[in-house]
Design a protein around this ligand. Structure first.
Ligand SMILES: NC(=O)c1ccc[n+]([C@@H]2O[C@H](COP(=O)([O-])OP(=O)(O)OC[C@H]3O[C@@H](n4cnc5c(N)ncnc54)[C@H](OP(=O)(O)O)[C@@H]3O)[C@@H](O)[C@H]2O)c1
Length: 336
């Protein structure tokens, strides 16, 4: 017997009043999950009730994901207007002429007439070859250049003007960089995608987003247990093994993954967990649909932040930079 589909909850996007599904499906295969398998997961997820899919050109699977979405729309499993599809511009396509072309390619690959959200994936126009080691440095890599970022942002604004994109946003930003963007933009970022999980809560950045009406979309919400080797260091901690998370999971009789997602939902983030397993896809959707955390449980998890950034971004560093901390403006000023 086919299991019944669930109804995803929604949050309101302050900028437009649009409804964003409060959980999305990630589609980054961490360099080891094949596009076909991810496209199959997209199909299973949408049939189950997911309505939000987090895509990016650099994930190398938009064609297959697009076919999956198109087949479900053709079969009338879902209507286009009930889906929220996010795309992202990769770092080697920031140049305005490349940015527009890259967006149009994504739109074609995804077989869509518009995207719900288009993000600048990283604020650096710094390219690195796929699967390169963390020590590799591109000779052309540069620190944050606000004029160049804004030139790319203007392209995103023009896509909104043309009706090709409903919302635009940022990713991997910091408070000072977002401040400059808000100062100089014509169309505000509706969403900011950032690493967010119980051991990496970025409270100041999340507060800043909310104060400015920007929806925080949380990536790696489970602590990214399948992340590529290049993104692992011996200091990394494991959210799903934290005794506070495990204890609350036992009380709710769910996997610790569900507690990470309930915590995200309770804090007003939109988590975008990745999975290719039907059982995990369902558990993750159910986690935000029912049995929320109590206020005390939320506060207990708020208290276990370890400041443990997992996606450090080494490969985007420029020659002469000290280390990955330079990407994240930790003293409140932009590192140049
Ligand atoms: N904007 C950015 O720069 C950026 C950066 C990183 C990621 N992202 C986005 O965020 C998405 C999610 O991040 P992520 O993939 O790094 O990490 P994640 O969602 O925290 O973790 C995914 C891993 O958790 C496992 N998992 C999922 N549900 C589970 C459950 N219920 N129980 C136990 N294990 C479970 C998955 O394995 P199974 O497949 O076996 O379930 C997979 O290995 C990405 O796919 C991507 O779309 C964006």
């Amino acid at each position: 017997m086919q299991e019944k589909s669930l109804h995803t909850p929604y949050l309101t996007v302050p900028l437009t009043g649009a409804k964003i599904p409060a959980i999305g499906l990630g589609t980054f295969g961490s360099d080891h999950v094949e596009p076909r398998e991810i496209a199959d997961a997209v199909k299973v997820a949408i049939r189950m009730g997911y309505r939000h899919i987090d895509c990016a050109s650099v994930y190398g699977n938009e064609k297959q994901v697009g076919q999956a979405i198109a087949s479900l729309i053709a079969e009338q499993v879902v209507r286009r207007e009930d889906l929220w599809i996010t795309g992202k511009l990769w770092n080697d396509k920031h140049d305005p002429k490349d940015a527009r072309e890259s967006f149009l390619r994504s739109l074609e690959d995804l077989q869509l007439e518009y995207l719900d959200l288009y993000l600048i994936h990283w604020p650096f126009p710094n390219y690195h070859p796929p699967k390169c080691s963390v020590d590799s440095r591109s000779p052309n890599a540069i620190p944050y250049d606000h004029d160049r970022y804004m030139a790319t942002w203007r392209v995103l604004e023009s896509l909104v003007d043309e009706g090709l994109v409903r919302h635009i946003g940022s990713s991997n930003m910091t408070v000072p960089k977002l401040g400059l963007l808000l100062r100089d933009c014509r169309i505000k970022p509706a969403c900011n995608e950032l690493e967010l999980h119980p051991h990496f809560q970025q409270p100041e950045l999340v507060r800043y987003c909310k104060e400015h009406g920007i929806v925080p979309i949380g990536y790696s919400p489970l602590g990214s247990p399948g992340r590529p080797e290049r993104d692992r260091t011996t200091d990394d901690t494991v959210d799903m093994e934290d005794p506070v998370i495990v204890g609350i999971a036992q009380k709710h009789q769910v996997h610790p993954a569900a507690i990470c997602l309930k915590w995200a939902a309770k804090n007003g983030h939109v988590p975008i967990p990745f999975s290719t397993k039907e059982k995990n896809l369902r558990a993750n959707l159910e986690a935000v649909c029912s049995d929320p955390l109590t206020e005390d449980e939320k506060l207990a998890i708020d208290g276990i932040d370890r400041g443990c950034r997992l996606i450090k971004g080494h490969v985007f560093l420029w020659e002469g930079a000290n280390d990955w901390h330079d990407l994240w403006d930790e003293d409140g000023t932009i590192t140049r």
